[in-house]
Design a protein. Structure first.
Length: 133
């Protein structure tokens, strides 16, 4: 069994995946736009991503641009969790993700013996960054 995350965006999936690629590395693969698809989508949205994947060492997630008539509500029902080896990796990733977003839990040592922080990025995706101490 394999369980993966699939992120939804409001027309800025390519921008978001470029942002995540700068932070995590990896390769954006399997990109498909709405061009030449038989779906009811406005013409100005045809160049948006119907599917994309970001895959690298230790991670693989997918995403798409939801059609304009699909309501997306930012919420707290999912968190992307990133476990790394060092505090400096936590600092670097957390700073990059939260820079134009919001910090919910500042970086700190926790009762579960970890260095941890929680934030939302500029695309309203929630992240938990963690390393064991």
């Amino acid at each position: 069994m394999k369980i993966q995350s699939y992120l939804s965006f409001n027309g800025n999936c390519q921008e978001a995946f470029n942002f995540y690629q700068k932070i995590f590395g990896g390769e954006i693969i399997n990109k498909e736009t709405y061009e030449n698809k038989e779906v009811d989508i406005p013409d100005h949205y045809r160049n948006k991503l119907q599917h994309a994947e970001l895959k690298g060492k230790g991670f693989h997630f997918m995403g798409y641009d939801a059609s304009p008539d699909t309501p997306l509500t930012s919420g707290t029902n999912i968190q992307m969790s990133v476990d790394v080896e060092t505090k400096s990796e936590v600092d670097e990733i957390f700073d990059a993700l939260s820079k134009s977003g919001r910090v919910h839990t500042p970086l700190q040592e926790t009762s579960w013996n970890a260095y941890y922080g929680r934030c939302s990025d500029q695309y309203n995706i929630d992240w938990m960054i963690n390393c064991k101490l």
